[in-house]
Design a protein around this ligand. Structure first.
Ligand code: HXC
Length: 257
């Protein structure tokens, strides 16, 4: 039997989901994203669960969308995988979700952390949107949630240069809730989840709902717009070149085609 792309466990009112593709640095394949969306919907429906922790491993939270899968995908393939988009399903989780991030959170990995409600980052965490180096752009909220979190000037720099930021800088920019010692990031995230889980559950869900409404009207339209631009780039030569270069472990040669 194939190993599951995610692992789940329950400890009282707190559920933990662990991304489980360590050899591929937890690359977010469509199979993994669908399993993640299923698990979150399952916990939403489970009255015993009040808060969810989402984590990876010490080396990596997630290194992004699965480049090997995307490199063979046309815009049409990508559209077919969208009905409904597991990313949208993940973002619709009603119960609070805490991301526990250690190591790399890049591309879709950074976007997944930003789609959670709070981020507890290990000192070792590194966040970035390196899609530009593949000839594409963020496609799951990186141009939208990141901009809401850190403002246009700094989001532009991250998205246009692909520069990675370390946990301390990410905290100072307002991307993460707190930075904690490397050895305790998961326990600290669970402790935060237990605190949330000790509150009135309906109040917690509606508090989350209301905080998200602070920018939701523009966020929904922005996510759709971002997704369209992301999909358009799947018909360019530069996307083929950028992803081939990653697989061949060489620098890309972009020609603007
Ligand atoms: C598929 C990946 C991967 C990815 C790493 N791997 N990232 N496979 N998709 N996103 C694979 C590598 O090919 C390699 O496989 C193995 O994982 C170990 O990676 P290394 O590169 O050897 O590790 P290291 O040198 O430590 O470098 C770590 C790294 C680097 C800096 C994180 O792997 C990296 O730059 N990864 C890509 C990051 C990225 O560009 N993310 C954005 C993706 S686009 P082999 O078989 O060689 O051992 C995106 C858009 C999402 O996220 C849109 C939302 C839908």
């Amino acid at each position: 039997m194939e190993e599951s792309n995610i692992l789940t466990e329950k400890d009282g009112p707190v559920a933990t989901i662990t991304l489980n593709r360590p050899k591929a640095l937890n690359a977010l394949s469509s199979a993994l994203m669908n399993e993640l969306a299923d698990a979150l919907e399952g916990f939403d429906a489970d009255d015993g669960i009040r808060c969810v922790v989402l984590t990876g491993n010490e080396r990596v939270f997630a290194a992004g969308g699965d480049i090997k899968q995307m490199s063979d995908s046309t815009a049409a393939d990508m559209v077919k995988r969208e009905s409904p988009s597991p990313w949208r399903r993940v973002a619709k989780t009603r119960k609070p979700v805490v991301a526990a991030v250690s190591g790399f959170a890049l591309g879709g990995g950074c976007e997944l952390a930003l789609a959670c409600d709070m981020i507890v980052a290990s000192e070792s965490a590194q966040f970035g949107q390196p899609e530009i180096d593949l000839g594409i752009i963020p496609g799951a909220g990186g141009t939208q949630r990141l901009t809401h979190a850190i403002g246009k000037a700094r989001a532009m720099e991250m998205v246009l240069t692909g520069r990675r930021v370390e946990a301390k800088e990410a905290f100072e920019m307002g991307m993460v809730t707190k930075v904690v010692p490397a050895e305790s990031y998961l326990e600290e995230a669970k402790e935060l989840a237990r605190t949330v889980a000790s509150k009135a559950p309906l109040a917690a869900q509606l508090a989350k709902d209301a905080v998200l409404k602070a920018y939701d009207g523009t966020l929904d339209a922005g996510l759709d717009y971002e997704r369209r631009n992301f999909l358009v780039l799947f018909s360019t030569d530069d996307k083929e070149e950028g992803m081939a270069a990653f697989k061949e472990k060489r620098a890309p040669n972009f020609e603007g085609k």
